[in-house]
Design a protein around this ligand. Structure first.
Ligand SMILES: NC(=O)c1ccc[n+]([C@@H]2O[C@H](COP(=O)([O-])OP(=O)(O)OC[C@H]3O[C@@H](n4cnc5c(N)ncnc54)[C@H](OP(=O)(O)O)[C@@H]3O)[C@@H](O)[C@H]2O)c1
Length: 239
């Protein structure tokens, strides 16, 4: 059985990814920091024909990460897929010169340190579930190449906390992919694209959650997806 943990799976792209992978037969562990929202997501997944359980998990809280790993070890003994989807953007497109460092720290806490902490805690379980996959939900806004290309639509974007935290998540993808290749664990970064969720919708997301989940679902199911890549549905992205 494929056991798949998705962080931030109670709504948005994470929930849609859970629904699609669950309907393809994967057993879904709904990572959620709020028990009520998480259980509601589990109930909706079960109603949609999936098997799913709740894993309480705030990616910024070490005690919940440890408890989540212990729960998965006790109940399943291994993990096949980890999808680091939980993400935030506390900054609101303001110049780097005036963006509070405290705001940027909040972005990094979830988007980078949380991703790394959850990954480290789950590696022993993923090693028992090989061939295993880690999928990091990143953003094209974290691409240094696009941000510095005057012809890119992201050239004029200034959201240093979010962008730098996603660039750091991309770097974690590269580092973990190299370290874990010999252990049979692939690690890839995905850009879901500008999606109509609570996160993206408030800024006017351009695509549905199904479109946002598509490349993540592909990375979680395709044979020979590769490792150490940064992609979106349209193809390869520059780091
Ligand atoms: N939507 C877009 O346009 C877009 C574009 C590019 C990349 N992305 C990335 O896609 C991912 C999913 O975004 P989304 O659009 O689906 O956003 P969303 O609807 O706001 O969902 C974000 C999820 O992250 C969870 N989360 C936030 N902080 C957390 C924490 N400390 N611990 C655990 N979970 C936490 C939220 O949980 P709560 O319900 O408890 O708040 C929620 O489940 C993010 O990594 C985002 O950066 C989104």
């Amino acid at each position: 059985m494929t056991i798949t943990l998705i962080t931030g799976a109670d709504k948005g792209i994470g929930f849609e990814t859970a629904r699609e992978l669950g309907q393809q037969g994967q057993h879904i562990l709904v990572g959620a920091r709020d028990r009520t929202r998480g259980q509601a997501a589990v109930d909706r997944l079960r109603a949609d024909g999936c098997t799913a359980d709740l894993v309480l998990l705030d990616v910024t809280k070490d005690d919940t990460i440890t408890a989540a790993a212990e729960q998965i070890s006790r109940d399943y003994g291994a993990l096949t897929i980890l999808i680091n989807n939980a993400g935030v953007a506390f900054d609101r497109h303001q110049p780097a010169s005036t963006m509070p460092v405290s705001t940027m720290r909040q972005d990094f806490d979830v988007n980078f340190f949380g991703l790394v902490a959850v990954t480290q805690a789950m590696i022993p379980l993923l090693k028992k579930g090989t061939p295993a996959r880690i999928i990091n939900v990143s953003s094209n806004m974290g691409s240094l190449t696009l941000a510095s290309d005057p012809t890119s639509r992201y050239y004029g974007v200034s959201s240093l906390g979010y962008q730098a935290s996603k660039a750091a998540a991309n770097f974690a993808t590269v580092c973990f992919s190299k370290e874990l290749a010999a252990a049979g664990i692939t690690v890839n970064a995905i850009n879901p694209g500008y999606t109509d969720t609570e996160f993206g919708g408030s800024r006017g997301g351009e695509q549905t959650v199904a479109e946002g989940a598509a490349q993540i679902v592909k990375a979680a199911t395709a044979a020979n997806f590769g490792t150490g890549t940064f992609t979106e549905t349209a193809g390869k992205l520059p780091w």
